[in-house]
Design a protein around this ligand. Structure first.
Ligand SMILES: [Zn+2]
Length: 142
């Protein structure tokens, strides 16, 4: 299951938040907010308790969100479990068509061994391929 992303639109950019207030705002654990701080979310250094400026918080979440939407490069398939684009195990993927134009590439994540999938249209498959060796499954062929 995919967890819902904290909605940056909930943040009021003209106020500041303690770690606890930020956690309450999104209904998440304080430790999640602390990991954001470690990941580069700016805070006020000279005050206790530490405060997060709303403007910084909204910007941080928005940047994170667009980074996650970054498309895979050629030869990569996104692993939902690792939350990152991966080069499939053995550089091998299998193409299974849904219809004549669109299908699904499936492969194995080299890091967690989960199945990874990428929707692809047949017309663009050469742009997606990279170094992958793609097997074409031909169900229903006689
Ligand atoms: Zn993985």
């Amino acid at each position: 299951m995919r967890k819902r992303q904290p909605n940056h639109r909930l943040v009021k950019i003209h106020r500041s938040y303690t770690v606890e207030e930020a956690a309450n705002l999104f209904g998440i654990h304080k430790n999640t907010v602390r990991t954001w701080v470690k990941a580069g979310l700016a805070t006020t250094d000279d005050q206790r308790p530490m405060l997060i400026l709303g403007r910084e918080l909204a910007g941080f979440l928005r940047r994170r969100r667009t980074r996650r939407k970054r498309p895979c490069k050629p030869g990569e398939i996104y692993c939902v479990r690792c939350r990152a684009p991966k080069i499939p195990e053995g550089d091998i993927a299998e193409y299974q068509p849904d219809n004549e134009t669109v299908g699904n590439l499936s492969a194995i994540c080299p890091d967690c061994n989960a199945m990874i999938n990428r929707r692809v249209s047949l017309a663009k498959i050469d742009q997606v391929r990279g170094k992958m060796e793609i097997c074409f499954r031909r169900d229903g062929d006689t």
